[in-house]
Design a protein. Structure first.
Length: 396
């Protein structure tokens, strides 16, 4: 049902994903690799790594303050090669491409506002939980009952397609594929209930040798049918490499920048996005840590049966520990009122950055595992646990 109590009619909704070889995702992987290396050597590292790429070129820049020995060149080149960028004809040669590194230390003004000089606080009685937010901004969390992952179906299916593209390329099943690619899935809904996949758009970079006919046949059989076939039917429309040839791709076909796939990284456009990117940022940056925590809160609330669909917004001021606002929206699916849901969230979850970092164990090198195919809905990540669901159920 809609929020106003009116029955919702059938509608279409679309989400997209990109492969690990997309130029933006190459940049994200390098940035998260730098972050993980810093945290592995110094859990209190402050990192804001940015990366850009174009034909035969990578640049790493930003700020980092760490006691760790971080070999940025090795990380950047290894990341490119791990994706499959090992020759210029594929879009980038990780072994030989030009690489510029311009990393500075973090601004002391920002650092002091966040930590209030951690070194000088010893014995002052000020608690680590009072760690201030690394920036102002608003972040969103979301969960819903559309899938076992408690994620929107459109986002899950588009990620499955891109992950499968990488799999058939790397295993040699479709050896003519190259690293770059994108997917888009449109689902038909009745209200918030998914009915069927309405259409699929799939674009995969390939070498010169393959014919368009073979490409379309193979991608339908080995990628679409294998990854999402259970959701399609005889009316589903397939648009495979709709532009025709896709030989020139990767950084040679399009420039890449860290943090440009923020909607792919989150919920596929189902809910708003605050605008902050994730990759390359240490957990004192609430763009990342508070977004993860907001997902954790929503997932536990939905797992507890508090609502079938829940969106949470949190907002911060730089240097301040407590958020300046919290808001929830159950889209009319709540077991109790939104006011009651917000009351439970405030009572059971602590949104201060230091508490978020502690609760989720975010000072660990876990971030390269988040880079591709969405930061949410994956098993094994701390914000995907539903360990608070039972206590929430008792409050409903």
């Amino acid at each position: 049902m809609a929020e106003n109590g009116q029955k919702m009619s059938k509608r279409l909704f679309t989400s997209e994903s990109v492969t690990e070889g997309h130029p933006d995702k190459l940049c994200d992987l390098i940035a998260d690799g730098i972050l993980d290396a810093a945290l592995a050597g110094d859990p209190y590292s402050r990192v804001a790594a940015e990366v850009c790429t174009t034909t035969d070129f990578l640049m790493v820049f930003g700020e980092m303050t760490t006691a760790a020995d971080v070999d940025i060149e090795r990380i950047a080149r290894s990341a490119a090669l791990s994706i499959g960028y090992d020759s210029a004809e594929k879009g980038l040669d990780g072994k030989k491409c030009r690489l510029d590194i311009r990393m500075d230390r973090q601004s002391p003004d920002i650092g002091d506002s966040v930590t209030h000089s951690l070194e000088s606080r010893e014995g002052s009685g000020e608690r680590a939980e009072e760690l201030g937010a690394g920036d102002q901004g608003m972040m969103f969390g979301f969960a819903c009952t559309e899938t076992p992952e408690l994620m929107p179906l459109t986002a899950v299916l588009s990620h499955r397609l891109c992950a499968r593209l990488a799999e058939v390329r790397k295993t040699g099943l479709l050896p003519y594929l190259r690293p770059d690619g994108k997917a888009q899935v449109t689902v038909e809904y009745d209200g918030y209930k998914p009915l069927r996949v309405y259409n699929v758009v799939l674009s995969a970079q390939h070498d010169e040798s393959v014919t368009r006919e073979r490409l379309m046949r193979d991608l339908k059989k080995y990628v679409v049918d294998e990854a999402i076939g259970e959701y399609t039917d005889d009316k589903t429309e397939y648009l495979i490499n709709p532009s025709g040839r896709f030989v020139i791709g990767g950084p040679a076909g399009d420039s890449g920048v860290t943090g440009r796939k923020i909607v792919v990284d989150t919920y596929g456009g189902v809910v708003p996005h605050g605008g902050g990117a994730f990759s390359g940022k240490d957990p004192t940056k609430v763009d990342r840590s508070a977004s993860y925590y907001a997902r954790y809160v929503c997932k536990n609330m939905v797992a507890a049966g508090a609502a079938d669909r829940l969106e949470l917004q949190v907002a911060y001021a730089i240097g301040k520990a407590n958020p300046v606002s919290l808001a929830v929206n159950s889209f009319g699916t709540g077991r109790v009122s939104d006011e009651k849901l917000l009351e439970i969230v405030r009572e059971k979850f602590d949104f201060r950055p230091g508490c978020i970092i502690s609760a989720l164990g975010l000072r660990r090198p876990i971030y390269t595992s988040t880079t591709n195919y969405g930061h949410f809905g994956k098993s094994g990540l701390p914000w995907e646990k539903t360990d608070r669901a039972e206590e929430i159920t008792r409050l409903l």
